[in-house]
Design a protein around this ligand. Structure first.
Ligand code: C5P
Length: 405
């Protein structure tokens, strides 16, 4: 329940993507938000207010002259206790209206009448030619300058049959963006590189050695970093997880591939967070053909050591203090003792300790932060909550470093 207690005005302007607004409305209410839907006349041609009323549990406003509000000023009343206004879909024409402060229907009027502290988020949805039209781009630029958050659009196949930029973001991505809008932007302007998931070390083309890491913690850290305003690159071993919206993901299998991908991406990164459960050893000579079962015999597998990605990057920390390196330790016992020792051994300022069988594959976790001052326990919570706390702790530490800026 990421939006408990939040009041969201969901405005629909005309476009085929109105069908996605129905799913978004459902998602918002499932996350605990109270949603007041407002539709333009054009939007009601694509989806009925009845559907939106059923999904939001509130009757929908479509008319500037709606007498239901006691003072007959829906454009004022609807926004006064709102936490955010989301226009989805936001048509080319509605973008034009926002850019010029038009007040010729209820939705445009309430946008102009909203208190300055209420964020306005707009999700453009239109044909590719309409989106790339210089007039639309001029208007979008004006919206950005006015502090309106533009969500998407995405590229792909369009309802009209053409292909290109202009699709409205998918409802799940919209939801992530709306949740993110409420998070403090403590990492604005920072670039953060994260490793996540297990690695997979091949024995032969069909077998390999891996571990129980699900990638959930690393992906939560990537999402939290993006929510905090960072530009995030996620280098991931094999997982079944969806990429957090707005995160650049690079897929790898082996520890060596992860090392190579990190080396490629590390220049210019302010923070490196190694969450991946990297295999310590790899098979020295993986077979190019499937190893056959032989009567009574077992294969002998020789191992060689993998590079320690975190220690390698930590050894390269510049005078300016970056990348600021953060490591994870999954122990099965003596966490406090082993965690503190591992932080020193890896040569990093901050290490996050957890108990392996309490975290692998779980949605919740308890973590301990080790730094030069000692340790701090972050009590059991879901991984996204812990990831947000961790990002906040990292931001406090890097902001103390005067050379870091
Ligand atoms: O030494 P250990 O594997 O316990 O250290 C865990 C930390 O080091 C994690 O942050 C992990 O991502 C990182 N690590 C790494 N490369 C390795 C082994 C661990 O980056 N080869």
């Amino acid at each position: 329940m990421e939006l408990t207690g939040k009041k969201i005005v969901l405005g629909l302007s005309g476009g085929v993507a109105c069908y996605k607004a129905a799913e978004l409305c459902r998602g918002l209410t499932k996350e605990g938000a109270s949603v007041q839907v407002v539709m333009t006349d054009a939007a009601t041609h694509f989806i009925t207010p009845v559907t939106m009323q059923a999904l939001s549990g509130k009757s929908v406003f479509t008319d500037q002259w709606d007498p239901r509000v006691p003072n007959n000023m829906a454009h004022i009343d609807v926004t006064r206790d709102a936490d955010a206004i989301v226009i989805a879909p936001c048509s080319a024409d509605f973008i034009r209206k926002l850019a010029h402060g038009a007040c010729d229907d209820l939705l445009s009027t309430l946008c102009v009448a909203r208190p300055r502290h209420v964020p306005l988020l707009a999700a453009p949805a239109m044909n590719v030619e309409m989106w790339t039209n210089p007039a639309t781009q001029r208007n979008v630029q004006q919206l950005r300058e006015d502090g309106i958050h533009i969500l998407g659009p995405a590229a792909g196949a369009q309802a009209c049959g053409e292909v290109g930029m202009g699709r409205m973001l998918e409802p799940a991505d919209m939801l992530e963006e709306i949740v993110a809008a409420f998070q403090p932007k403590v990492m604005a302007g920072k670039r953060i590189l994260i490793t996540a998931g297990p690695t997979f070390e091949p024995i032969d083309p069909v077998r390999g050695i891996t571990n129980l890491s699900s990638g959930k913690m690393g992906y939560a850290v990537a999402r939290a970093a993006r929510e905090a305003g960072a530009e995030v690159t996620l280098i991931s071993g094999p997982t079944a997880l969806a990429t957090p919206h707005g995160v650049h993901r690079v897929d790898v299998q082996t520890a060596q591939q992860m090392m190579d991908a990190v080396n490629q991406a590390i220049t210019g990164q302010h923070v490196f967070i190694a969450v991946a459960a990297v295999a310590d050893w790899r098979v020295a000579n993986p077979s190019t053909q499937k190893v056959k079962k032989t009567e009574g015999g077992t294969p002998h597998i020789a191992f060689e050591q993998n590079p320690d990605i975190l220690a390698t990057i930590a050894a390269r920390t510049t005078l300016a203090g970056h990348p600021y390196c953060v490591g994870f330790a999954a122990e099965s016992e003596n966490l406090l003792e082993y965690g503190a020792a591992k932080r020193e051994r890896k040569g990093i300022p901050l290490l996050v300790g957890n108990i392996g069988h309490h975290t692998f594959g779980q949605d919740d976790n308890t973590i301990v932060l080790f730094d030069e001052q000692g340790h701090t326990i972050l009590p059991r919570a879901d991984k996204l909550t812990l990831a947000r706390q961790l990002i906040s702790e990292i931001s406090k530490r890097i902001n103390k470093h005067s050379l870091f800026q």
